[in-house]
Structure formats: structure tokens, C-alpha cells
Design a protein around this ligand. Sequence first.
Ligand code: HEM
Length: 512
Amino acid sequence: MALAFFSFAFAMAIVVLVFGLSLLAWGNQGKNKNNLPPGPPPLPIIGNLHQLGPLPHQSLWHLSRVHGTVMIVHLGRVPTVIISSKEAAREVLMTHDLDTCSRPRLAGPGRLSYNYLDIAFAPYGDYWREMRKLCIMELMSTKKVDGFRFIREEEAEALLQRIGDSAVSGSAVNLSEELLRPSAGVVSRVAFGRSFRGIGSDKGNDLVDILHEAMAMLGSFPASDFFPYFGWVIDRFSGLHRRLEENFHVLDRFYEQIIEEHLQDRKEEQEEDDIVDFLLSKYKGQTESGDGIVFTRNHIKAILMDIFIAGVDTGSILLVWTMTELVKNPRVMKKLQDEIRSRIGNKRLVTEDDLGQLQYMKLVLKESMRLHPLAVLLLPRETMRHFKLFGYDIPAGTRIHVNVWGIGRDPNLWEDPEVFYPERFENSPIDYKGQHFELLTFGCGRRGCPGMYMGMTLVELVLANLMHGFDWRLPEGTMEGDVDMEEGAGISVYKKVPLLLVPVNPSCSADR
Ligand code: HEM
């Protein structure tokens, strides 16, 4: 009894102490002499967390309409600047790129990247620079990507084959699942030298779920990110910690298997031909790389995490959103099919040589990326030094998010922003390659996406073939207006309800 009382008293003392310290720290925040950006008034301890909602990019966009396009919110104890206009995005990502190009230390990315040993979440510095250069040279350069063209075309052909079978049987295809396969196939064959095995095969663990869970964990807002001293307790109670650990272990087993298979091949003196071989050959047996970086098995696994997660899910999410918009907008789908079919004719497969002729398809993809930019808040940046932004002080160590989703729907930039209308890009120089701050699907500057060419080449090839090879219908009894547009939260925002469509061979279609 006495023991129980002392445990209770001890727990209460800790709660009071934490509460008191938080209030004290909160009070000190207000005494800051800096001219900080405006923002919604924060509550003690939780700051503005209560205003975020399940889809933070949407809540932050609505808040920015009231408080301004350079706005500060307090996520627990962490001041975070939200950028919601193309002008402010240009300042942060271009003018102040060097001031803002580090990454904050966050629980989800930290765990899945083996303590920031990857590229995407590594803080700015020599290690990040060397790894990024290495991955571009070995995997993502135009030359490398062009060299793997036959793999993309084989994967696209296999996809058409599978969809063709469904067209014959008249059954619906789950495109959210099916469109993952070409990117999974390309990434696994190009980067890992083999088709996927060992992931998605565990009972109850399918590849889509594992990837979406990883995206959710990378984009999650765990309490430990906002309450440094006691947040981990909340994460344990909420179950977030357990989810993160489970996801980490599924992925870890997969990377281990890839590494083991490569080590085995090396023993058997098989040819070195992919990035895993390259990482193993460069570092195996050494303790330090040329730049004095101690390289371990975890370093290799962290790089595999980036390639796997960034390389597989992104392209398929973009394709799913694009197919969703097309089926909701039959006029656009018909115009796109007419373009592709008139240019390509009766060829069985659209090849990469054909893609240059498909100008309307490029407009469709830009429009899809405007409304569904995947990494809706980009990856978080952290300022390395103090700088001024439109007269406001942005102190060193501030977290920054660029709300690309909001910029894509800004009525000051786009007429009827909610309408899917690819023609808005006709005769417009706006492109997604990082020079136009209205369309930042791949970010920009030092931390911009190095896999853009690799990702988009496959996306274009697959979309062109889907449109050339088939007409698409909604399942019986579903109308265009019924198509669910709900977003699933994560570092990349995906279509929450899987997209089911029925493929029809064009020769059987009543429209033709
Ligand atoms: C349609 C496909 C893709 C989209 C929309 C996309 C989007 C993005 C975005 C928005 C960022 C963050 C940029 C920033 O914070 O400024 C990023 C970073 C990154 N992406 Fe991609 N990506 C795609 C494909 C790929 C592919 C295929 C790979 C490699 C296999 C890849 C590897 C990376 C890496 C390593 C980073 C981190 C860069 C750094 O922090 O230095 N991405 N991507």
C-alpha cells in the first residue's frame, strides 16, 4: 500500500515538474526579441498541434490564408515556419538554399534511416554530399537511367499483359496495387540486381501496406519530435512507437536479405553490376572511406531505404492520382488517348522513343502534379544559420516546410484551382524541374530530388501504355462523381481508397 502511494506521488511529482518546466520554457519564448513571422496564437505546451488535423498540409494551408504565406506555428515546443507562396518558396529554396538545406532530427526518419545514415534525412555535410554524389553516379544519372531502358520496357510490357488478362475476363484491376509493380520491378532489378523477394510475402504484409506504412512513419508527427523530454512516453501509449519498430524490422529483414545475397554472389565471383555491389566493393573490409567516414552495414541499409522507399512508391502514387483524375474527367482522358493513338498507331507497345511526341500527356502530368504533389510539405528543412525572410527573422535551427500542396491550389496563381484542366499549361513555361516555384513536385536546390529523371521516365512510359492499350471504365454502378479522393497521410500523400478500374480492349469499346 505504502509502495503504491509512493509510486503515485513520484509519478505526480514528475508530471508537475514537466508541466512547470514546459510553462517556464514557454514563458521564455515570448521574450524573444526577434521579429518572427506571424502565426496562430499557440497554447501552452502543445502550441498549435491541436490545429493540425489528420492532414496537416490542408490545415496549414487554411491557417496560412489567415496568418500569411510566411507563418510560424509551434508544434509543441518546436517553432516551425510554413511557406505557402511561390515568392517565399523561391526565397527559401533558391536565395537562402544554403542557409536552409539541413534536415531536422525526427523520430520516424531517424529510426528508418539508421540514425540519419541515408541521403534524404542526413544533415547537410560531407557524408550527405558524398552519398548523394555516389547514388547519382551509380543509379540516377541520365546515362545510367538511359542504360536501363530495356528493363523499364520489359516491366511495362508485363504490366500490359496482366491488365490484358483482366480486360479479357472483364474484371476490375486494383491499380493502387498493380501500378506499384513496374516501379518495384525497375528499382529492384536496377538497384538490387534482382526481382523483389522476401518483402510483401510475410503473412499479412503486402508490399503496398509496407510502403504506405513506411511513408506514414516518415511523415508522422510523433510526440517525441515536439516534446523532447517526455514525448516518447506518449508515443509508447499511443502505439506509434510499436508501429515504427514493426515497420523498421520488416524493412531491416529485407535489406539484410539483399546484402546477404550480394555477399554470396561475390563469394561465387559473380559480376558486380548494381549499387549494392558498388557499396560493398567500395567499403567492404575498410573501416573508413576516403573522407574519414566509418562505413558500416547500417550505412548500406540506410541508402537502400532511400532507394527503395523514394524509388518505388512515388511513381506509382503519381500514376494512381493521374488515372483517378482521368477517369473523373473523361474529356481529358479521350483527348489524351486520341493524341497517343494517333501518334503511335497500332504498335503493340509505346516505347521511350515515342514519348517526345506526346505533348498533351506532359500537360496532363503537370496538372496531376499540381493537384497531387506527393511530398505535399516537401521534406522538412532546418536552418543552419539566422537569416531574414521578407523582413522577418528566421533563427538558426528553425524547422521549415514548404506547402507545395497549398501553392498548387493558390487562387492567386491558378484560375479555378480545384478544376483538373491540363490546358492551363499550354504555352506556359511552367515546369516541374525546380525552376518554377508554382510547381515544386521534386523540390529544388541542393536538397531537390535526384531521382526525378529516373522516376518520370517510368511514369511517362507506363501512363502512355495504359492510355494506348486500353479504355478504362469505372466498376458497374459507380459514377465519376463517386470516385473517392480522400488522401492518405504520410511523407507522400497517396490515394487512401484503392483505385479500381475495369480495362477494356479498345477494339471492344462501344466508343470507337
Ligand atoms: C515521381 C517520382 C518522385 C517524386 C515526385 C519525388 C519527389 C521528391 C521530393 C519532393 C523530394 C524532397 C525535395 C526537397 O525537400 O526539396 C525528394 C527527395 C529525394 N528523392 Fe525523390 N521523388 C521521386 C522519385 C525518386 C526516385 C526514383 C529516387 C531514387 C531512386 C528518388 C530519390 C530521392 C532522394 C535520395 C531524395 C533526397 C535528396 C536529398 O535530401 O538530398 N526520388 N524526392
